[in-house]
Design a protein. Structure first.
Lengths: 482, 344
């Protein structure tokens, strides 16, 4: 009975901890979130109806200021020192009429406490596109993109017919004078937006069933084009006006219905996608804001992974060696020795256990090095998410499994392990999956240092702290479980 | 004509030729928004003995003979479970319906559910709606028929009752206008607000048996002007806008080949669920609420026999867009186009 109880508690903790890296914490309840925007050190997003969320760190989200007179599914884009808001007024959706309008307006700040905060009255906002009551388009779900050449486009539409694009004047946010008819670029999807990557424009949209709670099948798909006006082709050569689309993200255990993609580039090689889960099983099946890494694989975006709580090898991308405590190497007994010779029945060789070796470890700080992985106790790191973080990911404490010995940054910009985790900033680690699928590992703070640093391979067998460079393989790590 | 005017004319001509929008990029004119939803924007209606056609350049089959849609007034699409689809789309409203190839213009009188604007309104289940304001009313008048086309549902001249159509009780409902079912127009589901997948009938109280009507429906042969068949526009155009949502569509096309072809696959997409038959054999089901995607599903291998082969499709949708598309693939994954398409 007691064991069953313990197992139950363990399972509950495991579920809760897993959940804590899959969705934002706080009260992140929203539907159709706008692309996340940063203003004066805070992050903001708004959903349908103008409902707002705000976050100090990008991980813990709470209800924020509603933007008045905003209809469905707003999007936000910072242009210069202003913020362009686009949203839609709509006539009723699936079972009703399909007259809609895409409306834009500017704001100077997103901070409701700022004296500069405010958006024009509804009558003073620009209508940049529309759909009539029964045409093959429903002009909702605006998505904004500024191209590398400085051209501004908005995509819009929903399941009723075509997704369309038109060009806006980036100076005014109004429809570009002389732009002709809207252009059909996809069909029967929702919540589109466009992003640019490596010579291609990618049209992201949502397929599947929306608004059906835990039964929703919402999923984010994409196609790509060399032009912002299409045609957008998927990975099997299908045009998105024929319904094509390669999946970016659908469902993950406990979370269903990914939709309404937005992209946030932190820096070269570090990108995040914001979206909503139609239903978060761990929060009453409510619709929640989620932020995950973007991984580019073979030229296509995919939703990446925050590191789940658990025990890992931390493997260098440089050589494939493992981060470890610099402790005395303790040889294992047993085994067949060379060439697998000898007869008799097979037996299981016992793994080296923590209690076999910990007594020989120093009790104070222990240095860090990089070495062949042999699944020894000094190489097994447990990652535990904290209740604070950065955009889209929590901070972790990184401890040797079975102990409270924690990885830490030192004032001389090196690595060490401290015997007890205290929660100090130099013991909190930001772990971002990079666009190539590897990870960077950064301390929240380095004592006496203002720079943001990451763990970097020094040769094959050592590691230190240094500035991050996405093009430097030494800055990249993998988390392995076997 | 001065130089400036010449320049303007040149720009205008360029726009006209290449469909340039203000973006300055070349845009296929067929991709420019067309807000006209008249029937003839989507279809060319054919006589029963239309000359054979070929699949389009991407292999899509654009010629279909479609029965005016059957009422199935679902106000949401969440009911489209596997068993529901099987039950509703394999139902024969007259004997041999799934293999029959009635000529264009043939009338059939069937019994179907009366259209209703009030059943099964469903809800959002938690996030309280989008707050976008009250719906701006239901659908407007639907796609208009092309000039000179027969009135919706009216028997074209020379139309005959198809073989196998029910003889007993086959009649127009009393007082109903020709071609229009009894009950409220299906222009929309007022009050549903936004959102997809809504409308699961409320649990608890047993639903009342739906009222039924006798509905006179006509088969129409069409060539689609698009790669896909915009069933919603077909419905509106053949019903004077009375039919739009909550419908079942049955359609067939005839594939003519000069010899037997083995290992052919039918690839199809539909909004929403559909079942597809080749020569009377059910070969593909696209279950659940879904959007039309080219090659969404692909059938098992089938043999096209020398001569005439019949593909039959049944598609159901509640509210929202309804359309379908289909083409054939060879075993090597290439699109199969070595056939003609007829409607008889």
């Amino acid at each position: 009975m007691k064991r069953i109880f313990q197992l139950g508690i363990a399972a509950l903790v495991s579920v809760t901890m897993t959940e804590s890296v899959m969705a934002q914490i706080g009260s992140p309840f929203i539907h159709d979130p706008a692309t996340i925007a940063e203003c004066d050190g805070k992050y903001y997003t708004w959903g349908t109806g103008g409902s707002g969320l705000v976050s100090e760190d990008g991980w813990v989200w709470t209800s924020g200021e509603r933007i008045p007179n905003v209809g469905a599914a707003p999007d936000m884009l910072k242009i210069g020192d202003r913020y362009l808001l686009a949203y839609s007024t709509t006539g009723g959706g699936l079972g009703g009429g399909h007259a809609g309008s895409i409306v834009t307006c500017w704001g100077k700040t997103l901070d409701p406490k700022s004296p500069d905060y405010g958006f024009p009255a509804a009558a003073d906002r620009a209508t940049v596109a529309h759909s009539e009551n029964d045409e093959d388009c429903d002009a909702i779900d605006a998505g904004l993109i500024m191209t590398p050449e400085g051209r501004l486009f908005v995509t819009f539409g929903t399941y009723f017919g075509f997704i369309r694009v038109c060009e806006l004047d980036p100076a005014t946010g109004e429809r570009l004078e002389g732009f002709g008819e809207d252009i059909n670029i996809a069909v029967d999807c929702e919540a589109t937006t466009m992003i640019y990557h490596d010579g291609y424009y990618y049209l992201l949209g949502t397929h599947g069933t929306c608004c059906d709670g835990v039964n929703s099948t919402y999923n984010i798909i994409c196609g790509r084009s060399t032009s912002p006006t299409g045609p957008f082709i998927d990975n099997v050569g299908r045009d998105m006006v024929e319904g094509g689309g390669k999946m970016v993200l659908g469902c993950r255990d406990g979370y269903t219905g990914a939709g309404h993609f937005g992209r946030f580039i932190i820096e070269d090689g570090v990108e995040k996608m914001s979206f909503h889960w139609e239903a978060d099983y761990y929060q009453s099946g409510r619709s929640t804001l989620a932020i995950l890494p973007i991984v580019w694989r073979n030229g296509w975006p995919e939703a990446g992974y925050n590191v789940k709580p658990g025990v890992y090898e931390i493997e260098s991308e440089r050589r494939g060696y493992a981060l470890e405590l610099a402790t005395e190497y303790v040889r294992l007994g047993g085994g067949r020795g060379m060439f697998g010779g000898g007869g008799g029945a097979n037996t299981v060789v016992e793994f080296q256990k923590l209690e076999d070796v910990i007594g020989g470890w120093p009790t104070g700080n222990i240095g860090i090095r990089v070495c062949d992985y042999q699944f020894r106790p000094n190489q097994k790191w447990e990652l535990v998410p904290m209740e604070e973080g950065t955009l889209g990911a929590p901070y972790y404490k990184i401890i040797i499994a079975g102990t409270n010995r924690a990885l830490a940054a030192t004032a001389d910009r090196e690595l060490t392990s401290v015997p007890e985790f205290t929660g100090a900033d130099e013991q909190l680690w930001r772990v971002d999956q990079l666009t190539d699928g590897t990870y960077r590992i950064m301390p929240k703070a380095v004592p006496g240092c203002k720079d943001e640093l990451c763990i970097k391979s020094m040769g094959d067998s050592n590691a230190s702290l240094a500035k991050f460079d996405f093009n430097d393989v030494n800055c990249k790590w993998n988390f392995r479980q076997y | 004509m001065n130089r400036n005017i010449k320049s303007l004319l040149a720009v205008a001509l360029t726009v006209a030729i290449c469909g340039c929008s203000g973006s300055g990029s070349k845009v296929d004119p067929s991709r420019l928004a067309n807000r006209n939803v008249d029937f003839d924007q989507y279809f060319t209606e054919l006589k029963a003995d239309a000359a054979p056609a070929k699949p389009d350049e991407k292999g899509f089959i654009r010629r279909w003979t479609i029965l005016e849609p059957i009422n199935k007034p679902n106000s949401g699409n969440t009911v489209f479970t596997d068993s529901y689809i099987e039950r509703e789309l394999t139902k024969e409203y007259f004997p041999g319906m799934l293999t029959a190839t009635p000529e264009a213009g043939t009338e059939v009188i069937i019994e179907s559910e009366a259209a209703s604007a009030s059943r099964g309104r469903g809800g959002f289940g938690g996030f309280g709606g989008f707050g976008g304001g009250a719906p701006q009313g239901g659908a407007q008048a639907g796609a208009a028929r092309p000039a000179g086309a027969p009135a919706a549902g009216a028997a074209p001249q020379g139309a005959q009752r198809p073989q196998g159509a029910p003889a007993q009780g086959a009649q127009r409902p009393q007082g109903a206008p020709a071609g229009a079912p009894q009950g409220a127009p299906q222009g929309g589901f007022p009050g549903m607000g936004m959102g997809m997948g809504m409308g699961m009938p409320g649990a608890g109280a047993a639903p009342a048996a739906p009222a039924t009507i006798k509905d006179t429906l006509t088969w129409h042969s069409v060539d689609s002007k698009l790669f896909n068949i915009k069933l919603i526009r077909f419905a509106q155009g053949t019903s004077n806008g009375q039919k739009r949502y909550g419908l079942i569509f049955h359609a067939y096309t005839i594939i003519n080949v000069d010899k037997d072809y083995e290992d052919i696959r039918l690839a199809a997409g539909s909004n929403a669920s559909s079942i597809w038959w080749v020569n009377g054999e059910k070969v593909l089901t696209l279950q659940a609420d879904r959007r039309m995607v080219a090659d969404d599903g692909m059938s098992k291998r089938v043999t096209l026999k020398k001569g005439r082969n019949v593909i039959h499709a049944a598609v159901i949708n509640g509210p929202g867009m309804s359309d379908m598309c289909a083409r054939l693939y060879s075993e090597d994954g290439t699109i199969f186009t070595n056939y003609t398409i007829t409607n008889k």
